[in-house]
Design a protein around this ligand. Sequence first.
Ligand code: FUL
Length: 481
Amino acid sequence: MLNLILLCSCSRSPADLPPTDVVPSHAQLQYHQMEFIGFIHFTVNTFTDREWGFGDESPQVFNPSQFDADQWARIADEIGMRELILTAKHHDGFSLWPSRFTEHSVKNSPWQNGDGDIVAEFAAACRRHGVKVGLYLSPWDRNHADYGSPTYLAYYHNQLRELLTDYGEITELWFDGANGGTGYYGGAYEERRIDRATYYDWETTWALVKALQPGTLIFSDAGPDIRWIGNERGLAGETNWSTINTAGIVVGEADAAYLNTGDPNGAQWVVPLCNTSIRPGWFYHPDQDDEVKTPQGLVQIYYGSVGRNCVLLLNIPPDRRGLFHEADIAALREFRQILDETFAVNLAEGKPVTADSHRRRHPKFAPANLVDSNPDSYWAAEDGTQQAVLEVDLIGETGFDRIMLQEPIRLGQRIAAFAIEARIGGEWTPIAHGTTIGYKRLLRTPLVSADRVRIIIEQANNVPALSSFGLFRASAREPSQ
Ligand code: FUL
């Protein structure tokens, strides 16, 4: 018995660094760790060459000739996307599944003689390839006769119920804020404005989602789980806090600048999500085949999103065959290759690290944890400290031009300003400066050759902690700085 007690007390490590007031849920943490996910805009617009269908499109136009959801999921998996979100219904109201509550769906299309179900095939293909399933159900519905009146909300809830009941685990639901007013609306052909603050009764709608699938994460301008970054270019603010105050944010009327940087005093943790499209449009248009973003352009977006504490949601619109277009696939593959080449070798890994502050001098909080390739271990400064300097000995001249920093965000986001210095030719030289870090911060610098590197934490809202530090040499295919 005594032995047992002794054994337990010897092997017990100290408690974690106390978390900050606002921390992510386990599901939010797992979501952020996916880093890169995909969007699929596909509906009647694909066949009518529009971005926003009016709602009067005949279901007869929907007829992909070689629909293959496995191709979507296979490519997504290959390029590192961990989730795909499909537009189950876009603003035109056409439902990609045979909803029992409308005739405006695949069941009245020629595709599979009206017996098909795009959502079901999509979900099954994702699961075959280990990709999580997300859905977009546009609140604005330009087809539905009741849109604008309270009865539409019952319809919207019925559709949500179908999607959350019949298709297995749904990791994310996307609630879009757009409402352009005019539409078909069951033949009325008029403009219908709604009060964005009250019409969708978001509290009730989101409660319904959580009642049906407690694990589903909800995206909107106001979260509650995932927030929009405030633009459709996929770019987060140079400063990007994971916290915001959601109270008072009206979905569709949010302050984009606020969402872009987050709020260090925010009372809610809402994972920032950067969405953009690989093409100018969200839907496929044949005349945009030569406007697919270049691999280098996509890499640029990656640094502005994943590299700034965001998850990147990249849209790949299937074409009229129902397949990702060859031009998109080629760009995505090279994009992936550039990232793989760049981040293949962490030149700081395993190198000696010292810090001027080290919590309780305990190995659990040791500076070496930064470069041990274990994402769960971390360094923390001594209690009561808000600044610190860490130094990495690279053991010889090392050339690098990419820097990665990560905070252990399960304990909150803390760092507000930092600098990186490198010892170049024996002289300490500032090479980068930043504000927030969060889940991941990536910095690009000109190529430097140094034998030591310093991380200077200049400002933090709590005891600073870091879980990873990396130095990399960019792929030759990336544009140099
Ligand atoms: C916007 C929509 O209006 C676009 O069509 C697209 O779906 C984009 C992701 O969200 O608000």
